[in-house]
Design a protein around this ligand. Structure first.
Ligand code: GDP
Ligand code: MG
Length: 737
């Protein structure tokens, strides 16, 4: 099969193009490094199927970052039939820098001028025919986002792939001309492939190259000696870069006609950034936006009005709509959808238990309580997960989340935290696994380690049911008026973020000290997300969630149900006897561990369910709620609320329970991902210790402070002392060094 590689700068739209060509749904992020590894798909609309490879985003082919090494080796070693070089046409000159390097390789290259929609919106014009002539490469205008010009691009690339192409360099115009051509001849003589590319890299004394062609280094040295006193210095790398830029400005820039001649035009996007990334207001605005999202997803009192409609007007009272859209106040879209889902699952449960009414008690128990109770407890939250995701995706796709990384970088850089590391953390809101893999783009090993450790604190989709379910219990048990579920879920997300930030800072000041690399990134203008892309994303999310519900979670609930309805002597136990079951016995053993967190020995009869749920959550976080759901039905409580209230658990303990599940060892998949990213097994073991310790510290402090407010002083004092101690120790280290 023919193989085409997509290469380009970070954030130029490679993944969007890749998805458009292959129909796949790879994560499109508005930040670099989202595509860390290469990814393959198939384009089927040409004469023959073509394998398309999405390479990580790079600014050059020098081996400075892992992405650059991956992309460079792929093009050189795997020899794709064509390289499609994607250019963010709104930043034409800067993007062409990479092009001048790719064209040095002996491979067919086609230029895709992407984001033409944005260029046209600005009123700028690019003469692609002229550019094509000057580059000596085919140029096609496209908009990956709108899906325009993709088939044209592929047919041009297909034609190009049939013709052999020799590498060419723009350095022929510079003082390095002779060195490069001599080296090219020498390398060709040795039968080296891609002689032009290697010659230029040798002239730069690129590390990888020097290792590969030791014998030619002497030529470079000789050249340096004989030319050193002339106008150029000995930093050949800088000379090469300078040569490329000069060439671009002289020959390629004239093909771009700007509508506004002045260099800096204030676009609407810039105006928005003035407010959204404001030095002082940027962060508060983010927190408000985040709250609005939680309000729309979780609130049962959307307009803060309380009662539904004034007396005498249309009322939903007594109708089925009342339960869906609100009793005490108008429900948010998230809650309304959840209620609709509840109606559906209740109906199914009712039908099934009707059919099974004459079956053996353990059969109907297993199916109705164990399986349906568990799975429905989780599926019930799917609508809210999707609503929350929709909002997060809009924030991400519009370009806003990338700006948050800048805001945080500005605020926290002095504490050893870079904006670069926030990008994978923000991805953690979706799922920890890809987020952890994304940390590969962090150059500093210690920063990478610290980042992986805190990614699970950015509460992922699977943890959301825990938050919602427990928040629901707090609202229904307390004297709070309905409508606080949004405040609780929002605060718990913030607790997670805060825990992450504090722990990274502490690590960077103690065990993971290191340089904080600069954070540079192209920020594309804000743009409205494409409806289709959002829907595809939600569909994927829903599919993944449902698949998980009917595999891992189904299996776990069956095991939990059986082990909680049979005794150690394998006798079937009914609801009243469940506390003598295998699981109750085992969970009872670890229950005391949770006493400082409020859900341990102090709870009455069914207190062991919390210990059990926390453990099953290690397999998949959805299991926490699934386990509670299936036991609640088994114990004949009306839902999880009833079960919780019967244990007499306090509100601070419920909050501690959420915090514990959010900060402790993540699910099995995330643990494996973390292990894969940590070649050093000792560091991995310490990571597990870190997770356990953090979860106990965070949740016990929530429980203790919530129960006895004055313990706040103890926590604050200990924290301040610890910070001072770290400061003193670091000062002393600095002096010694
Ligand atoms: P990658 O880093 O090169 O893989 O880039 P992505 O595919 O992740 O895209 C980066 C950002 O550019 C996303 O916000 C895309 O929505 C946006 N983008 C991609 N193609 C276009 C386009 O043709 N027009 C516009 N206006 N935006 C685009
Ligand atoms: Mg990408």
């Amino acid at each position: 099969m023919l193989k085409f590689a997509l290469a380009g700068n970070p954030n130029c739209g490679k993944t969007t193009l890749f998805n458009g060509l292959t129909g796949s749904t790879a994560h499109v992020g508005n930040w670099p490094g989202v595509t860390v590894d290469k990814r393959e798909g198939v384009y089927k609309k040409c004469e023959e199927p073509i394998a398309v490879v999405d390479l990580p985003g790079i600014y050059s082919l020098s081996p400075y970052t892992q992405e650059e090494v991956i992309a460079r080796n792929y093009i050189l070693d795997e020899k794709p039939d064509c390289v499609i070089n994607i250019i963010d046409a709104t930043n034409l000159e800067r993007n062409l820098y990479l092009t001048t390097q790719i064209m040095e390789i002996d491979v067919p290259v086609v230029l895709a001028l992407n984001m033409m929609d944005a260029v046209e919106k600005r009123g700028d014009k690019i003469d692609s025919k002229e550019l094509e002539k000057r580059l000596g490469l085919p140029v096609v205008k496209i908009s990956a986002l709108k899906g325009e010009g993709l088939d044209k691009l592929m047919s041009v690339a297909y034609e190009a792939s049939k013709v052999e192409r020799k590498g060419r360099t723009v350095l022929d115009e510079t003082a390095l001309k002779h060195l490069v051509s001599d080296l090219t001849i020498a390398l060709s003589g040795q039968g080296v492939e891609n002689p032009v590319f290697h010659a230029v890299k040798l002239a730069e004394l690129d590390d990888l190259e020097v290792l590969m062609h030791k014998d030619t280094v002497s030529m470079v040295d000789a050249f340096k000696k004989s030319n050193l006193d002339e106008t150029f210095g000995d930093d050949f790398e800088a000379l090469v870069a300078d040569g490329r830029y000069k060439y671009i400005t002289k020959y390629f820039s004239p093909t771009l006609k700007r509508k506004n001649k002045e260099k800096f035009v204030v676009t609407p996007s810039d105006k928005a950034d003035k407010v959204l990334t404001h030095k002082i207001w940027g962060l508060p605005i983010f927190l408000v936006i985040l709250f609005a999202i939680f309000h729309l997803t979780f609130s049962e009192n959307l307009f803060f009005l309380g009662g539904l409609l004034p007396e005498g007007y249309v009322t939903l009272e007594g109708t089925v709509f009342e339960g869906v859209f609100g009793e005490g106040g108008i429900n948010s879209p998230g809650v309304s959808l959840m209620n609709l889902m509840g109606l559906l699952t209740d109906t199914i449960s009712g039908l099934v238990s009707g059919w099974l009414s004459s079956a053996a008690p353990w059969v109907s128990g297993l199916i109705c309580d164990g399986i349906l109770g568990g799975i429905f407890a989780v599926l019930g939250f799917l609508p809210q997960i999707l609503v929350l995701f929709l909002f997060f995706s809009i924030l991400e796709d519009s370009g806003y989340m990338a700006r948050i990384a800048f805001i945080l970088d500005r605020a926290l850089r002095k504490f050893g935290l870079s904006g670069r590391a926030f990008l994978p953390m923000i991805m953690g809101f979706g799922c920890s696994v890809p987020a952890m893999i994304n940390t590969r783009t962090l150059a500093d090993e210690k920063e990478k380690l610290a980042t992986i450790r805190v990614i699970p604190f950015f509460s992922c989709g699977a943890k959301l049911p825990i938050l919602t379910a427990v928040a629901g219990v707090i609202v229904s048990k307390g004297n709070l008026t309905a409508g606080y579920a949004d405040v609780i879920t929002y605060s718990m997300y913030l607790v997670g973020i805060l825990t992450a930030l504090i722990s990274v800072i502490l690590m960077r000041k103690t065990t993971q000290r290191g340089e904080t690399p600069p954070f540079i990134m192209e920020l594309p203008a804000y743009h409205a997300p494409q409806f289709k892309n959002l829907m595809v994303l939600l569909w994927e999310k829903a599919k993944h969630f449902v698949q998980k519900a009917f595999t891992i979670i189904l299996a776990s609930t069956i095991v939990v149900w059986v082990a909680s309805h049979f005794s150690f002597t394998w006798q079937y136990l009914d609801e009243e006897q469940m506390s003598q079951s295998i699981l109750a016995g085992l969970s009872g053993l670890i229950q005391p561990l949770f006493t400082p967190l409020g859900f341990g020995s102090q709870l009455s009869t069914h207190g062991w369910v919390f210990a059990l749920a926390a453990i099953t959550g290690l397999i998949a976080k959805e299991n926490v709620v699934a386990t509670l759901g299936s036991l609640a039905v088994g114990l004949s409580f009306s839902g999880i609320d009833g079960l919780f209230i019967s244990t007499q658990i306090s509100t601070p303990a419920l909050l501690a329970f959420i915090a514990f599940n959010m900060t402790t060892i993540p699910c099995f998949a995330a643990v494996s991902a973390a292990k894969g990213e940590m070649p050093d097994k000792k560091k991995f073991k310490w990571t597990l210790v870190f997770w356990i310790a953090t979860s106990f510290i965070v949740s016990s402090s929530i429980y203790l402070i919530g129960t006895w407010w004055w313990t706040t002083f103890i926590y604050v004092a200990v924290f301040v002392l610890a910070c001072l101690l770290i400061k003193v120790v670091n000062k002393r280290r600095e002096k010694e060094a």
